[in-house]
Design a protein around this ligand. Structure first.
Ligand code: NAP
Length: 247
C-alpha cells in the first residue's frame, strides 16, 4: 500500500484529495491544524469505505510540529511515497499599503516555510540518496501566482509565486534521486478559504468573468494531484497543471 501525507487534509482541496487517494488505494495521513472534527470526519468517511487513514494535528508553520507529523506518519503508516504540500492560508482582503509585517510573516510561514520544511522531511524519507525508494511531491500553488491578486491579497499571491520557483528548483535538485516534484495551480474553487478573505461568496461573484463561467470543485483539483502522484505521470517533473477554468 502506497503512503500519502496531505497537509491541510481536513477541508477543501486537501479533503477531496484524501478521499480520492484512499479510494485509489493509498494509506493517507490527513494533517490538520485546528479543525479536529473535520479531520476526524475525513478519516471516518475513508474508514467506512474500507480505506486506511489517520488524522495528525500539526501546524506546518512550526518546525517541531512538522517533525512530529512525519514521525507519526512513519510509525503509524510506514515509509512515505507521496507528499501533497496543500495547506495554505490567506487573510482579509486588503491593499499592500495597509499590510503589516506580522501578517506577512504569518502567511509566508504557513505558505512558504511550511512547504519547504515538509518537502525536506519527505526528501529524507524518499530520496534514493538516503536509501529511500523515490516518490512524488505535489505542491499546491495558485493561479494567483500569475495574476497577483491586486486589491485582495498580493501577499498570498506572492507566496504562491515563491512556491512556483520552489517547485522548479527542487524538481531539478532531486530528479536524479527518484523524486518527482510538480505543482497544481487551482483557480477559483468552492472551499472555505474565501471566507477567511472576508468574502465567502467570492467564487460566485467572480465566476462570470471566467472563460468557463463557473467555479471549480475541490474534486477537480484532486484528480490532477492524484495523476501527478501516480506512475501515469512518470516523465513529468517541474511541471505545472493550471486548473482555472481557462483563467
Ligand atoms: P481551506 O478550505 O481553507 O482548507 C485549508 C486546509 O489547510 C485546512 O485543512 C486547514 O486545517 C489547513 N491548514 C491551514 N493552515 C494550516 C497550518 N498552518 N498547518 C496545517 N494545516 C493548515 O483551503 P483550500 O481552498 O482547500 O486550499 C488548499 C490549498 O489550495 C491552499 O494552499 C490554497 O492556497 C490553495 N488554493 C485554493 C484555491 C481556492 O480557490 N480554494 C485556489 C488556488 C489555490 P484546519 O481544518 O485544521 O483549519
Amino acid at each position: 500500500m502506497k503512503i500519502m501525507l496531505i497537509t491541510g487534509g481536513s477541508r477543501g482541496i486537501g479533503a477531496a484529495t484524501a478521499t480520492l487517494a484512499a479510494a485509489s488505494g493509498y494509506a493517507v495521513a490527513v494533517n490538520y491544524n485546528k479543525n479536529k472534527e473535520a479531520a476526524g470526519a475525513v478519516v471516518a468517511a475513508i474508514s467506512a469505505r474500507g480505506g486506511k487513514a489517520i488524522a495528525v494535528q500539526a501546524d506546518i508553520a512550526i518546525e517541531a510540529d512538522v517533525l512530529r507529523l512525519f514521525e507519526t506518519t512513519d510509525k503509524q503508516l510506514g515509509r512515505l511515497d507521496c507528499l501533497v504540500n496543500n495547506a495554505g492560508i490567506l487573510e482579509k482582503q486588503i491593499r499592500v499599503e495597509e499590510i503589516t509585517a506580522d501578517r506577512l510573516n504569518r502567511i509566508f510561514a504557513a505558505n512558504i516555510t511550511g512547504q519547504f520544511i515538509c518537502a525536506r522531511e519527505a526528501i529524507k524519507r524518499m530520496s534514493t540518496k538516503h536509501g529511500g525508494n523515490g516518490g512524488t511531491i505535489i505542491n499546491v500553488s495558485s493561479i494567483a501566482a500569475r495574476l497577483g491578486s491586486p486589491d485582495e491579497y498580493v501577499d498570498y499571491a506572492a507566496s504562491k509565486g515563491a512556491i512556483d520557483t520552489f517547485t522548479i528548483g527542487l524538481s531539478k535538485e532531486v530528479a536524479a534521486e527518484g523524486i518527482r516534484v510538480n505543482a497544481v495551480r487551482p483557480g477559483l474553487i468552492y472551499t472555505d478559504i474565501h471566507a477567511d478573505g472576508g468574502e465567502p461568496g467570492r467564487v460566485d461573484r467572480v465566476k462570470a468573468a471566467l472563460p468557463m463561467k463557473r467555479g471549480g470543485q475541490p474534486s477537480e483539483i484532486a484528480e490532477a494531484i492524484l495523476w501527478l502522484a501516480s506512475e501515469k505521470s512518470s516523465y513529468a517533473t517541474g511541471s505545472f497543471i493550471d486548473l482555472g477554468g481557462g483563467r
